[in-house]
Design a protein around this ligand. Sequence first.
Ligand code: UDP
Length: 242
Amino acid sequence: MSAVTPLYEGKAKIIYPTDNPEVLLSYFKDDATAFNAQKKGQIIGKGAMNCAISAHLFKKLASSGIPTHFIDQPSANEMRVKAVSIIPIEVVVRNIAAGSLCQQTGLALGTALPFALVDFYYKDDALGDPMLSPDRILLLNIATTDQIDQLRQMALSINQILTEFFQSCSITLVDFKLEFGFDSRQQLLLADEISPDTCRLWDQAATDTAARVLDKDRFRQDLGNVEQAYAQVMERVLSQVV
Ligand code: UDP
């Protein structure tokens, strides 16, 4: 695809146009960033692993009634997706306290939450992706009250499906980030990716808290064996028939 000018290059993916304006090509890179791109590196093979994991999870979600942008996977690092206008909100669902929730609330790492928590963040690197309340989303004209409710309901449904799916892989889905967009018919679709870059995933078979981490926290916290953790997730996810 190198001869085609990208429409957009993000931290982990490059988006290319295709002959069909309703279809885009998403190329998954090995580049890894953390802490709002202050930490940069590469995770060898990550692009292909995240592409395969995401494709499989999008298929699973589609078969469970969640509309997604996924069309197919023409090569190891590439996914064909429906063109959407991305809503600039990162929707985070949390089942267990980790990351910024611990930092901002004082909850201990690993605390099981009494209900699935849905947090909204403004997708704006220059502002450092600040948390948004529903009122602030309305204030900024990013989404309507009905759309906020729809995002919340879809995120909670996706959480149920993925929690059960990862459970069958002996992995605990701690938290994850979703992005949504509207297609040309104004249908709300799940977009972006679902991978160890965007989820916290803990191995249920691990005996200590560092060994259990199968996601980007291995890169963020320099825990080592990053590629092996991603490969482990891919192997278990792809072994489940969807
Ligand atoms: N996350 C993400 N992209 C972001 C921020 C968060 O994919 O820009 C994911 C992250 O991997 C985790 C969840 O969203 O699975 C919750 O992240 P958190 O708010 O705890 O932030 P962090 O501690 O990662 O800064």
